[in-house]
Write a protein that binds this ligand. Structure first.
Ligand SMILES: C[S@@+](CC[C@H](N)C(=O)[O-])C[C@H]1O[C@@H](n2cnc3c(N)ncnc32)[C@H](O)[C@@H]1O
Length: 325
């Protein structure tokens, strides 16, 4: 799906939970002197909110052809005197002035998916005034070990069974090397331990989206471990918005990173999780000890899951519309 089409913008522009969080943050920082950049504006929802709150000038920067609709929306809402729509990538444009606020939705389903954050860093370094504000200003990737038997059986273990008398076992390796994305299905998961932060990004200062992060869990519940759920939360003004499947639903999906085999987990077992994801590159994640009870992490014995970007895109959710904001 392309950002050129209105279809990809519906779930973002009409995401009530997300919009309420951005609106509350904008209300707390916009003044009549504010100059605002809505980066990757899409239909311009956030920038138009800023203009309605009284911002002196708002720049909506959006490369896709959806800007023809955005321009119409700005006029219909009577905001054309203070809102300018600029079509292009932020890297290819020149804004006429520095800005006090950059609001953006450059966060993919698992924060780094879609690789839009480097464009935010570029805009921040080039246009944000000293003391200016970013919305969001911080983001944290979180992971949780889960039992997810029905979903796992349908999407991963299904390949173990012959179909039409044919052996599909080889497909299971590809299935376990894929990330699964869903907005709502993972709320059925049973957490085997509370979520842990995996990667923290201070968006005011971050320069890289390279991820090499590890977190350790002590299981708090007995159950079959099928893999990990991953999502992110971000700071908007004073508040935090979480895209966890256990929180009010937003348009973002969460990620399920499966194990090759379900493992018996017991309260008190240690389970380590590591994620490696170079900018724009494949996602790799480690699993706990592959035989028997979970144990403290031993890097020599841990398998590594490898996923190529193309697989991720095919798995839906990294792609525009299903992916970031
Ligand atoms: C996740 S969407 C957010 C759309 C809109 N802000 C919203 O919340 O509805 C990200 C947007 O960033 C735009 N985008 C992608 N790369 C960009 C770049 N280099 N500079 C500016 N915008 C970009 C995309 O076309 C897309 O519309």
């Amino acid at each position: 799906m392309s950002y050129d089409s209105i279809i990809g913008h519906r779930t973002m522009a009409l995401d009530g939970v997300r919009n309420a969080a951005y609106q509350a943050a904008l209300e707390s920082i916009i003044t009549p002197d504010s100059v605002v950049l809505d980066l990757g504006a899409g239909l311009g929802t956030l920038g138009m909110l800023a203009a309605r709150l009284g911002a002196r000038r708002v720049y909506l920067v959006e490369p896709s052809n959806v800007v023809s609709v955005t321009r119409e929306l700005v006029h219909r809402n009577g905001l054309q005197a203070r809102v300018r729509v600029l079509q292009g990538r932020i890297e290819d444009l020149e804004l006429p002035e520095p800005v006090d606020v950059i609001t953006s939705v450059m966060t993919g389903n698992f924060l780094l998916s879609e690789d839009l954050l480097p464009s935010l860093f570029h805009a921040r370094d080039k246009y944000l005034k000293p003391g200016g504000r970013l919305l969001p200003s911080e983001a944290v990737m979180e992971v949780m070990p889960v039992s997810l038997p029905t979903y796992y059986a349908e999407h991963v273990a299904c390949w173990q069974q012959p179909h039409l008398g044919l052996d599909f076992g080889a497909a299971q390796e590809a299935a376990t090397n894929s990330i699964y994305w869903s907005r709502s299905k993972f709320a059925a998961a049973t957490p085997l331990a509370p979520a842990q932060p995996l990667l923290h990004m201070d968006l005011d200062a971050a320069q890289s989206t390279h991820c090499r992060a590890t977190t350790e869990f002590s299981l708090t519940t007995d159950g079959s471990l099928h893999g990990w759920l991953g999502w992110f939360r971000m700071q908007l003004g004073e508040a935090w918005l979480s895209t966890s499947p256990f929180e009010p639903l937003t348009h973002w999906g969460s990620a399920f990173l499966p194990l090759p085999q379900a493992q018996d987990g017991h309260a008190g077992d240690a389970a380590g999780f590591s994620l490696l994801r170079p900018p724009g590159g494949p996602w790799s994640w480690t699993e706990p000890h592959p035989h028997g009870r979970l144990r403290p992490r031993d890097p020599r014995r841990h398998g590594r899951r490898d996923l190529h970007q193309g697989d991720c895109l095919a798995a839906a959710g990294c792609a525009p519309g299903g992916g970031a904001g």
